[in-house]
Design a protein around this ligand. Structure first.
Ligand SMILES: Cc1cc2nc3c(=O)[nH]c(=O)nc-3n(C[C@H](O)[C@H](O)[C@H](O)COP(=O)(O)O)c2cc1C
Length: 163
């Protein structure tokens, strides 16, 4: 049986929600990326600082990762869209591990306009085999139950395809 790791970053809970519903439906380990210096999620300055970090392709230092992601057969990677890109903590993660040759599946959470975020995410994973990709619009706010079903059927179809 293949080993699956769900890796995600979430500032306000949407991406975390999708990670957790998938984790409940499949046999997988969960890795939450946490920057050592997190931006303040409670005020509107988060768009400024977060957007700036994303635009500048910053790679904030993450809290130590105590498992080895390279030991897994499938990595399911999830991130919010920040300034039409994937988030800086996910960029940090991708710079720490060479996922070339690995099977990956990607999900994005956004408020609406994702721009080329998925394309950029995939470009950062050149050399990996992309088993699937999916997008959610603020799933915790808009129809969480519907998005739960969507996330579960997506991840299960990928796992079944892997077997
Ligand atoms: C710094 C920042 C930049 C964002 N930029 C975008 C964007 O370019 N396009 C978009 O559709 N949503 C954007 N959003 C909204 C988030 O992608 C969206 O609310 C997402 O569901 C949040 O995920 P989370 O709750 O896991 O942090 C941005 C949010 C933040 C905080």
């Amino acid at each position: 049986m293949s080993k699956v790791l769900i890796v995600y970053y979430s500032l306000s809970g949407n991406t975390k929600y999708i990670a957790e519903v998938m984790r409940e439906s499949i046999n997988a380990d969960l890795l939450e990326l946490k920057p050592i210096k997190e931006i303040n999620s409670d005020n509107s300055m988060k768009y400024f600082w977060g957007g700036f970090q994303a635009k500048m392709k910053k790679k904030p230092k993450l809290n130590p990762i105590t498992i080895n992601p390279l030991e897994y057969d499938l990595l399911v990677l999830g991130t919010p869209v920040w300034a039409w890109n994937f988030s800086p903590p996910m960029r940090s993660f991708l710079s720490l591990y060479d996922l070339a040759g690995k099977n990956v599946a990607l999900w994005l959470c956004s408020g609406g306009g994702q721009g080329k975020a998925m394309e950029k995410f995939k470009n950062a994973l050149k050399g990996s085999t992309i088993m699937g990709d999916i997008r959610f619009i603020d799933p915790l706010i808009h129809s969480p139950e519907e998005n739960k079903t969507k996330a579960i059927s997506w991840i299960q179809s990928i796992i079944n395809h892997e077997k």
